[in-house]
Design a protein around this ligand. Sequence first.
Ligand SMILES: Nc1ncnc2c1ncn2[C@@H]1O[C@H](COP(=O)(O)OP(=O)(O)OP(=O)(O)O)[C@@H](O)[C@H]1O
Ligand SMILES: [Mg+2]
Length: 217
Amino acid sequence: MNYTIDLKQLQKRNHQSREIEPEYLQESTERFKALLAQIGYEQRNSELYAALCKYAGMLSTKATVKGLALLGALGIGKSWGAESLAHFTRTKFVTASELVTAYEQGGVSELLEVAIPFKLGFESDPEDLIIDEVGREPQSATHYGTKLNVIEEVLRRRYIQWERHGARTIITSNAFLRRDSRQLDKPSIESLYGDDIADRVQQMCNVPQIGGCDLRQ
Ligand SMILES: Nc1ncnc2c1ncn2[C@@H]1O[C@H](COP(=O)(O)OP(=O)(O)OP(=O)(O)O)[C@@H](O)[C@H]1O
Ligand SMILES: [Mg+2]
């Protein structure tokens, strides 16, 4: 293992967003809107719809170096939107529970195969990843007696890959980012995984405001 610091890696740490021609970005956004219309995803929650369209364009054109955290109430269409994003941007999609299962079945090595996928043939080029339903997974997983908060570990490692290589992470969750002292019963990334992880999510992801009500009713 090489423990010396690589200057090139350090330069990469503050990946600058690319300047994209507005027309190119607009065209990408329009193509995503067409995809949503095609699959019957309606504009029923305007904030979520706007965020999805904005970031689909920015993610696919690499106009943003950050990933995306879609944090919002139950049933507002986050997962469906995230699946559409996965299809549009050709990004791997996994649920938080599937990551827990990977750990329970094959330990950290199997977990990392799913959580830090590499571009085919490029061991130093990790891919973007969408993790759906963060916070809904079992909080403590065990592999041969070794307990792990799987998503805490995954988010920590995804942050390192983002810092080093610019691999972006997109998550959906019902949890707030921060603990709310007026609503202590509501889950938050901070209460589930620690304030250091909430900081990392805030740094590596765009976190748009998303309101809206349950569309399952
Ligand atoms: N934009 C939309 N247009 C039409 N129907 C929608 C839309 N968004 C969601 N729905 C309906 O609501 C259901 C719930 O959507 P989805 O599972 O994506 O919500 P969610 O925010 O991920 O929910 P949860 O918080 O429980 O994970 C969908 O199966 C669909 O029937
Ligand atoms: Mg969901």
